[in-house]
Design a protein around this ligand. Sequence first.
Ligand SMILES: NC(=O)c1ccc[n+]([C@@H]2O[C@H](COP(=O)([O-])OP(=O)(O)OC[C@H]3O[C@@H](n4cnc5c(N)ncnc54)[C@H](O)[C@@H]3O)[C@@H](O)[C@H]2O)c1
Length: 357
Amino acid sequence: MAKLKVGIIGTGGIAHAHLNSYNAVGKDEVEVVAGCDIVPGKAEEFFKRNNMPDAKGFDSKEEMLKNVKLDAVSVCTYNATHSECAVFALENGLHVLLEKPMSVTLEQSLAMLKAEKESGLILTVGFHPRYDVNWQKIRQIIDSGVLGKIYYVQTGGGRRSGMPGGNFINKKTGGAGCLVDIGCYSLDFAMHSIGYPKPLTVSASSFDHLGKKHFGDAFEVDDFSAAFVRLEGGITLDFRMSWKMHMDTAGDFIFLGTEAGLKVKQPSLGTWGGAWDGPVGEVRLMQDILGKPVETLIPLDENHGSGLFEKKIRAFIDAVKNNKPAPIPTSEIIYNQGILDGIIRSASAGKEVDVVF
Ligand SMILES: NC(=O)c1ccc[n+]([C@@H]2O[C@H](COP(=O)([O-])OP(=O)(O)OC[C@H]3O[C@@H](n4cnc5c(N)ncnc54)[C@H](O)[C@@H]3O)[C@@H](O)[C@H]2O)c1
């Protein structure tokens, strides 16, 4: 394939990062030739503002596909419309790079998996922290077996104060709150690090006290969620995430194993920090050697955070052009979605629920 022709579905905030990264790769490899948004005129305006007179803006994905020949799309819409847009693109022969979270409900993700399988095309979910070399080091440490058998993982983190507003706090568009918006990053970090064991049961609580205090009845989702998740292989995952809380952090990321433990800290918490979508601050390995507790500070790469978004875009382009598998496969992300869906159901029912795929 000489040059990849890409469209963007949903030309809001994050669409700019997609556009800039495609443009950075360069027109010999890839070109954003069209975009669409349900807000009339928004896609056209998006290309005007970005000085791209040749790219065409449309008011619906159907109109875009009728008028422009594409190879692939970036889906950058609200969480609640990810599934509808990704399924539509796959059914119309396009590879898909999807924004996080994959979806809100498990049913939506399963519909995407079906469309992906039937089309034989690539569907990948854009978790850019996966391209951080320090993230990769954590996976390497765990893979080395130095921790022994891992039996407990705590996700920690959470924002001191960072509620996004807009479509994110509306149930119809955001689907759920901090749980899906930034909780999906910590779940991907946890599950990827330990090799994606299957989730079995979830017991969760979600709260909206601080969101309601700030936004009133317009706030329809969770500002804090906590869950106790049983994973296959005798592993417990203790999940916490917040958009706002009267605390600097709900804890560090910790992995407990029979031979050693690993503590991962964020570089700074701050108001909008704590989401596990940014760089790693400190990694400490804790063991007993000759009966005495020993701590090892793991050396980190200085240049970890640069260009992660572009690396994600490049990996997608490479997979499409060279018939490679999806860089971040749905076979993994579906387990995150099983947990997120389980948290929503358990918090609503007030009791433990099974996760069934
Ligand atoms: N990867 C990241 O770092 C990152 C950062 C921010 C947001 N996000 C994700 O990106 C997505 C969009 O977030 P945003 O901040 O850009 O929101 P946004 O509201 O700025 O943009 C979303 C756009 O999608 C449009 N849209 C909704 N449904 C559509 C449909 N069916 N067809 C066409 N257009 C549609 C909306 O009109 C809006 O313009 C969310 O899923 C969010 O979680 C990712």
